[in-house]
Design a protein around this ligand. Structure first.
Ligand SMILES: [Ca+2]
Length: 240
């Protein structure tokens, strides 16, 4: 049954992904959203994507895809929402339409007692803002907080990890006070007239964890050809 989607894509993924992996390219206009920009995601941080990354893998022929949610308010007891469909999507034909997806779902539970299932890479049954669970392709299951799969195939991790994003978030909200959260220590701008970042800045996210989904696999499972110049685009969505 199709799942109506709430699609969240980080504005930051493009720049970060390009910086991390030379094979990432954005060739067309991309619709995207940022943190806390709807009342529903403001009230439900587990459906609010932080960032999507594509890092070099543990060997030259592998790539690691990462999607984080819920930082910096996740805390040590945060858990994934069993009622949401988390997806990392890959376009390997240059048209900004996903050709492969990873679909990540979670059982009920918290911490290490919560189980995850990662399907993919697999061609999606639906593209764009609609989604349905696929029934084919590689399936890896494990417990949150632990590694599953194989080091030579698809290897996965989900759980709390140090947020890899670096930003002087306090100063960011001083510059753009309308984007600040409605509650918490960052809800009141300290220097409302700030026009630029500080030097040196403060890595506000350094002490915080994010709920992370990590998938590492051979690059050739994502590419549409063996051309050395083959490119992919990567983004993430959360739906229900
Ligand atoms: Ca495509």
């Amino acid at each position: 049954m199709p799942l109506p989607s709430i699609t969240r894509r980080s504005l930051r993924f493009g720049a970060l992904a390009v910086a991390a992996v030379a094979t990432i390219v954005v060739t067309q206009r991309v619709l995207a959203s940022d943190h806390q920009d709807t009342p529903e995601t403001e009230l439900n941080p587990r459906m609010d994507i932080n960032d999507v990354y594509a890092f070099p893998g543990s060997s030259a022929d592998r790539i690691a895809l990462v999607m984080t949610t819920s930082s910096p308010i996740a805390g040590q007891t945060a858990s994934f929402d069993p009622n949401l469909l988390y997806q990392i999507k890959v376009d390997n034909t240059g048209d900004a339409v996903e050709d492969l997806v990873f679909q990540i779902t979670f059982d009920e539970g918290t911490g290490a007692n919560q189980k995850y299932t990662i399907r993919g890479p697999v061609a999606p049954a639906m593209t764009g803002t609609k989604a349905t669970l696929v029934t084919a392709g590689t399936v890896v299951t494990g417990n949150v907080g632990s590694i599953a799969g194989s080091a030579t195939g698809t290897q996965t991790f989900t759980g709390l990890k140090a947020d890899p994003f670096v930003i002087d978030l306090e100063q960011f909200f001083n510059i753009l006070p309308d984007r600040r959260p409605s509650t918490g220590p960052l809800s009141t701008p300290l220097t409302p007239t700030a026009m630029a970042f500080r030097n040196p800045g403060i890595d506000f996210l350094k002490p915080f964890n994010a709920l992370s989904i990590v998938i590492e696999l051979p690059k050739n499972q994502l590419l549409s050809s063996t051309d050395a110049a083959a490119k992919i685009g990567v983004w993430g969505t959360i739906s229900r």
